[in-house]
Design a protein around this ligand. Structure first.
Ligand SMILES: [Zn+2]
Length: 123
C-alpha cells in the first residue's frame, strides 16, 4: 500500500521533530495534501494508525488539510485556482497553464507533549 509507506517516512520526520523538541508524546499531526499529489486522504487516514503503532505518535490524531490547486496561465499570465481534471485559466479560459501548487504533500505541524507543557512545533 502506497499510503502506508508515505506514513512510515512521515513517521521518521515526526520522530526527528519530537526528538529535537524533547517531546514525550505527539498529540496531533497536521499534513497538507494537494489533490494532484497522488495521495488519497482517506487511505492515508487509515494507514496512519498502522504506521505509528508503538511509536511516540501512537495516540496522535491525523489532521489532513487539502490544499487548492493553483495554476498560472501562459496566455494572460494570471493566477487562478483550478480543479484536478480542469486545469484551465480562471481569467481567460486558456488551457495552456503551468501548475504552481497542488501536487505536494507536506508535514505542516505537530502538537507535542513535553513533561511540563504542551507545544506546537512547526515542521
Ligand atoms: Zn489566462
Amino acid at each position: 500500500m502506497h499510503e502506508l509507506s508515505i506514513c512510515q517516512s512521515m513517521l521518521s520526520q515526526i520522530e526527528a521533530v519530537a526528538r529535537d523538541n524533547r517531546a514525550s508524546a505527539v498529540h496531533r499531526v497536521k499534513v497538507q495534501i494537494g489533490p494532484l499529489s497522488g495521495v488519497e486522504p482517506q487511505l492515508l487516514q487509515q494507514a496512519f494508525p498502522i504506521a505509528v503503532a508503538g511509536s511516540i505518535a501512537r495516540d496522535a490524531i491525523l489532521d489532513i488539510e487539502l490544499l487548492p490547486i493553483r495554476i498560472e496561465c501562459q496566455q494572460c499570465g494570471g493566477e487562478s485556482e483550478a480543479t484536478a481534471n480542469k486545469l484551465i485559466c480562471g481569467h481567460c479560459g486558456h488551457w495552456q497553464t503551468r501548475l504552481l501548487s497542488g501536487d505536494e504533500m507536506l508535514l505542516a505541524s505537530l502538537e507535542l507533549d513535553r513533561a511540563t507543557n504542551k507545544k506546537t512545533a512547526t515542521c
